[in-house]
Structure formats: C-alpha cells, structure tokens
Design a protein around this ligand. Structure first.
Ligand SMILES: [Zn+2]
Length: 364
C-alpha cells in the first residue's frame, strides 16, 4: 500500500467501512482508496466522552490496530555486464513498461500496509564497475516499477549496491528519494509510520556471525525508536536450501536484542521460516523480479507476510504466512513478472519451505 493511503485510512472509521463495501480493490484504483484489510474492521474506536455520557454502561473497548507487512527477495532492475539485451529486464521494460513487473502480485502489495524488497543492484548511469564477477545496474526510471507495484521500502545492504561504486549508490539513494521509496541498509536505518505505528528498518550484509556483526545489530536495535523493529540480513550461501547455523544464530540474536521480525536473502533460492520467541523469521526469500538471470532453473519464491496487532498501543499478536510465488509468469523463461501460485504448485512451494523449517507456527 502507499503510505499516503494508509495515513488517510487512520483518520476515520468511515473510510475503512467504505473500503470494505468495495471488497478487494482493483489494482489500478488502489492508490486512491483506503485499505480493504478485513482485520482493520476489528478496530474498535475508543468511545468518546460524549458517547460515554449517553451510554454510561458501555465498557472501554480496547483499541486495536493491525499493520500487515509483506516482504520479498532480490529485485534486480537492470542488466549485468555482458548480458544480452534481448529478453533482459531492460528489454521487457522498454516493450511492456514499468507496470509489467509487479502486476501479478499487486493484489497482495496494494492490500497490505507496507511492502519491503531487496534492491539488488544500483539505479545509476554513472560510475565505474567495481572489479567483481557480476555488476548490475539500471537507469533511474526503472524505480517506477517499485512505485507501480506498491513497494514502500528497499534495503540496499547487499553485495551489489556498490557494483558501480559509491557514486552509483548515491545515485540510487537520490533516485529512490525522488520516487518516494524508503531505503535503508548498513549505516542508514529508516523509520516509517503506518496507521500511527512506527516501522523501524535495519539492513545488514552479514557474512559472518562474529562478535562485531552481532554487536552492530544489537546496538542498532537498541537505538532504533519504533513499534515494529525489522532486521533484514543479506547472508547465507548461494543456492543452499537450508539456512546454516550462522544464520539461525544471528537471527535469534537479533530477536533476543529486540527485533520483531527477521528477513533474509542472498542464496537466490527459498530457505526455511521459523517463529522464535513469538517473532517470525524468513531465512531466504529467494529471487523476485530478478534481472540477474534470464532463465533460472528454480523459479520458486514467496511473499512472506506478517501482521502485527497492537492492543492499546502494545504489540499483542503476530501472525505470519507464506504466499507462494513463481518469479516468472511463464515457465520457459524469466519474464521478471512474479505471479501468485495456486493449487498444487502453491502447495508444493509451501511444502518445500516448510521442509527446511523448524518450529513454524503461523500465529504466536
Ligand atoms: Zn546477494
């Protein structure tokens, strides 16, 4: 959902009820309407003093607010050096426009309150390629795909943000600012407010489980002033389907240090999920709209979605769920347009994630 929309929704129950009458909104109209999240309907307005005067026996009902956050993995909105143009992310952008890429998941992203992705590669036309195996980049206009896809925030803490040096990273930050996309990672934390709830975001490229890495995360968490604290790690081993001991240890450490949710990526495939101390962890969200490979053999991905309910301002319940996705709307190639899976395919991907998972109750 767009932030402006959620702030609007917080201003009145009447607006929420109007949205409910409309059902799940059409994606094209979603930006201007308040959310249709049925959980919001459970919100009970605190009786005003006038009401209490008229109905002296009415008890003070608890005020509940639920914020639903979706998270996805690697979004590479550009080309690698030496990659062919035909069939590339850039090729699809020029032929089908920015709306092509996230249209298949917009019904989820437009209906939630906040969406977080991993922007794996700078948006810049400047800088020199850093010596490494893969250098990705796309022009600034590719950020329009995030806006049209109702993505609110991206982490830049990954092993591609510096593919075109510091100037490329600075260009990316400025572009995201211009398009109204929150960005965070490494030394930059971010806080956004949705329905009066502050969402705090920490991003870290965590290649080890050293004391320095653990202390850095704990320190950032202790300084972060937010109602929902989310840590996003770029970590793990590429193409490994099971999270390793370092990831598990670091995720749990983040939660022990105050995180309310831990998200991860880098392996380019899905890994397991966990609920630890009542807080959800997704170890690897896999690829999403991923321009780094025109036909990866494993196109399975997911949207990991968590709902945080606050009762009288206190976090009272967290639920989470796996929404199975294919990174391409067609099976024979990558068209960079993720779609929601249904039926047996959805069951297969969910079972695959759960087979790498331990201790995953959806509700805490
Ligand atoms: Zn990576």
């Amino acid at each position: 959902m767009a932030l402006a929309r959620s702030r609007l929704a917080a201003t009145g129950l009447v607006l929420v009820m109007a949205a409910t009458a409309c059902g799940l909104q059409a994606p094209s109209a979603s930006k201007s309407r308040p959310p249709a999240d049925p959980i919001v309907l459970a919100t009970a307005p605190k009786p005003s003093s006038a009401n209490q005067a008229n109905q002296p026996n009415l008890p003070n009902l608890p005020v509940q607010t639920t914020v639903t956050i979706s998270a996805v993995g690697d979004c590479t909105f550009g080309l690698g050096i030496g990659f062919g143009y035909a069939g590339s992310w850039n090729d699809y952008f020029e032929r089908l426009g920015p709306e092509h890429f996230l249209k298949g998941v917009l019904e989820v992203f437009a209906a939630d309150d906040y969406t977080i992705a991993n922007l794996e590669g700078p948006l810049t036309e400047r800088g020199q390629p850093t010596p490494k195996t893969f250098n990705f980049r796309g022009p600034a206009k590719h950020a329009e795909a995030l806006v049209l896809g109702s993505v609110e925030a991206v982490t830049l803490a990954n092993n591609h943000s510096l593919d075109y040096g510091q100037v490329g990273l600075e260009d990316t930050r400025q572009t995201l600012d211009r398009y109204g996309i929150t960005h965070f990672g490494n030394d930059q934390v971010a806080v956004d407010e949705v329905k009066g709830i502050k969402i705090g975001l920490i991003g870290a490229a965590a290649w080890d489980n050293s004391a320095a890495t653990r202390n850095d995360v704990a320190q950032k968490l202790s300084q972060l002033e937010a109602d929902i604290k989310i840590v996003v790690f770029h970590w793990g081993i590429e193409r490994e389907y099971r999270q390793n001991a370092d990831q598990v240890s670091l995720a749990r450490h983040a939660i022990d240090s105050g995180a309310d949710m831990v998200l991860g990526h880098h392996p380019h495939v899905l890994q397991g999920v966990e609920t630890y101390q009542g807080k959800p962890i997704a170890y690897s969200l896999g690829n999403f709209s991923f321009g780094g490979n025109s036909n990866p053999p494993d196109k399975d991905s997911m949207i990991f979605q968590a709902s945080f309910t606050f009762t009288d301002g206190e976090l009272s319940q967290i639920t989470s769920r796996i929404i199975p996705v294919s990174i391409s709307s067609v099976p024979h190639t990558n068209d960079y347009s993720p779609v929601l899976l249904v039926g047996q395919e959805a069951e297969r991907v969910t079972a695959k994630v759960l087979s790498s998972s331990t201790n995953y109750p959806e509700t805490s």
